[in-house]
Ligand binder design. Sequence first.
Ligand code: SAM
Length: 242
Amino acid sequence: MILRLNHKPVYQDYNSITHEKYRLMNLVKSKQRVADHGEVFTPKWLVEAMLNLVKGETERIDSRFLEPACGSGNFLAPILQRKLAAVDIKFGKSEFEKQHYALLALMCIYGIEILPDNILECREILLGIMAEYLKIEEPDDLYRAAAYILSVNLVHGDALTMQTSENEPIIFPEWGYLGKGKFQRRDFHLNVLTGSSAFSAEDSLFADLGRHDIFIPIRTYPTTTMSELASAALGESSKEDA
Ligand SMILES: C[S@@+](CC[C@H](N)C(=O)[O-])C[C@H]1O[C@@H](n2cnc3c(N)ncnc32)[C@H](O)[C@@H]1O
């Protein structure tokens, strides 16, 4: 018997959703940077093999990934590609759903990087992948919303001290999609999130506490839309210009 598939996914190969800079990246930028920061990027074949160890999670739109030394995104870029391939299979037929679930995919990707050029490059590469997949450009709300998400999810800072480059505690937003174009956001301190695993250890005094006792957000936002996120991006760029 021959089985025919009605819906053939557009992106059978994750690598077809890509960005020029990511394709051309070298593994070492300079000997000095290797010595100072251990900056040796992971080759693509190894990244793919490692991601395949958690293949199911990488292909889930709302699974969360944090890369604490993300470099230019050698792991985060293919994670986004895999998530977008999942978006395409599930929501490719509806432009509205596709756009919102693509944003959700991006919202679930987090990174920290100590070198300023790397974090900018990482944001640029992930934004390029979003732009290529969604066929969007700079003035579009969707493009600016994605840029805003990257500005808060990819932090220029030190993963060891858990401080930003401005010596503030690192804060990550937890995003969710409520449907009908509405997103929710709560912010958490990174040190609370990482410390929570110690709380839940079996013999810990705090083992009986529920998640809600440990994961206390420092801020809960009203629900928001793609165009409100795009406006937030404008606020960020005027802060940078000041
Ligand atoms: C070995 S490279 C790996 C980069 C990327 N994860 C990859 O696999 O291609 C380590 C990266 O971590 C950054 N880094 C070093 N110390 C760091 C720290 N304390 N916090 C955040 N990033 C750091 C370096 O600048 C460099 O980009």
